[in-house]
Design a protein around this ligand. Sequence first.
Ligand code: ATP
Ligand code: MG
Length: 178
Amino acid sequence: MQIISVMNYKGGVGKTTVTANLAGELAFRGKKVLLLDMDAQASLTFSFVTPDYWDTDLKESKTIKSWFDCISQGNQTMPLSDLVVRPKRVNKFLSNKNTRGVVDLISSHLGLINVDLELATLLGGANMTQTKRNYIKVHGKLRAEIQSVTSDEYDIVLIDCPPNFDALVKSHAAVQRT
Ligand SMILES: Nc1ncnc2c1ncn2[C@@H]1O[C@H](COP(=O)(O)OP(=O)(O)OP(=O)(O)O)[C@@H](O)[C@H]1O
Ligand SMILES: [Mg+2]
């Protein structure tokens, strides 16, 4: 299983387009693909599900924001598998083509914008070294969760990142190093 983050500091250069199309093509070739949308703009999410469906079925408790909210609120995180949906339109096309490939999605949420700030408040230590240690704990947890949800079920995880290097993007870099 491979985990690939698509990241670039510059905005509007095609990260999401590459991520979405790569997922489609890999699934078409028979790979089981999990998409993780880590960008609050949620462009990848809305490439695969409609705003209406997101609003009624995902917004409250089935986006990656829900996972980070658990950490911010000091609660036990849910398994990432609880947040996974299988977008119908693209998977219907794949099943018509008789491939074993699938594209699954963990959606994003506009509120992800505030997660960085909430984590900074929660994880800020007495000094930089302490703060870094605290962040690494959260990043390590995300890495472990991604590996546990994906190692059996998926061939590849593609993570669409926002156009910045904030704490969340750095956590993808931590995931990437595994
Ligand atoms: N190869 C391409 N040729 C022409 N237009 C493209 C190409 N790839 C992407 N685009 C267009 O460029 C725009 C930005 O693409 P996209 O949203 O994928 O960029 P992004 O890097 O994810 O942006 P952001 O940094 O805001 O997340 C979109 O309108 C998309 O349709
Ligand atoms: Mg994008």
